[in-house]
Ligand binder design. Structure first.
Ligand code: URA
Length: 232
């Protein structure tokens, strides 16, 4: 279970981890308005609640017998920023909410460090049911769940999607490249900017990679017109 967190401490914590010591820039830097996103006609979409209703008590893949809850996604329908992870773990399966375990605590710190509250962004996963023992999701499971994630992204049409880890990055960009090759630059999903970066679980194992993740998130912040604190 996630312990209650103080957003200010989370913010400072994440900055310390990525080596930011001068936070004055966070409030002072003048950031130019983000460039307009390419004008794409909005495809006919369903609301998130209609997509959830269509998902129902899903039995479309072999993950359904072992799940406790379907983890559909959380956040506002008009979020400008969406995070997509891999799939629910034990805590998420029990609670029915994405990223509520240790990786979720780190994701929340990353969101707060970017200048958002967790409740202001939308969070979803490639697969909506927990793979047993937290194994990787398999191709048939990803294929069964994919239309629902795509419809969620079509419904929200955020300004940016942050794809967390290889499964989300490869699914959303359509590339088979490794995450280390995909991260660090914008891709597109149906006219929406996509920034792949390292998964929070990987960052917990390899904290030295947080600096690269932070530089990816700073590119996202720039695009969204958020102030980006300098590193010394
Ligand atoms: N890891 C994920 O990819 N998603 C979650 O919801 C939790 C952990």
């Amino acid at each position: 279970m996630t312990k209650p967190t103080d957003p200010i401490l989370d913010w400072l914590d994440f900055f310390r981890d990525v080596g930011v010591t001068d936070l004055s820039a966070a409030s002072q830097e003048q950031v130019p308005a983000p460039p307009a996103l390419p004008g794409q006609p909005k495809p006919a979409t369903l609301s998130l609640s209609a997509i959830r209703a269509d998902l129902g008590d899903c039995r479309r893949c072999k993950l359904h017998p072992t799940r406790t809850n379907i983890v559909f996604g959380v956040g506002p329908e008009n979020a400008e920023l969406v995070f997509v992870g891999e799939g629910p773990g034990e805590n998420e399966d029990l609670k029915g909410e994405p990223f509520v375990g240790r990786a979720g605590e780190l994701l929340t710190k990353m969101i707060v460090a970017m200048g958002y509250k967790r409740q202001e962004v939308y969070i979803a996963n490639v697969v909506k049911c927990r793979p047993p023992g937290n194994r990787d999701p398999e191709p048939d499971e990803i294929a069964a769940c994919r239309p629902f994630l795509e419809r969620q992204l079509d419904a929200i049409r955020p300004k940016v999607i942050v794809a967390l880890g290889a499964f989300a990055a490869q699914l959303i960009t359509g590339s088979t490249d490794r995450i280390s090759l995909l991260r660090g630059r914008f891709h597109e999903f149906r006219g929406i900017k996509v920034m792949p970066t390292f998964h929070p679980s990987y960052l917990l194992q390899s904290p030295s990679k947080k600096k690269e993740a932070w530089s990816d998130l700073q590119q996202v912040m720039k695009l969204l017109g958020k102030p980006t604190p300098r590193r010394d």
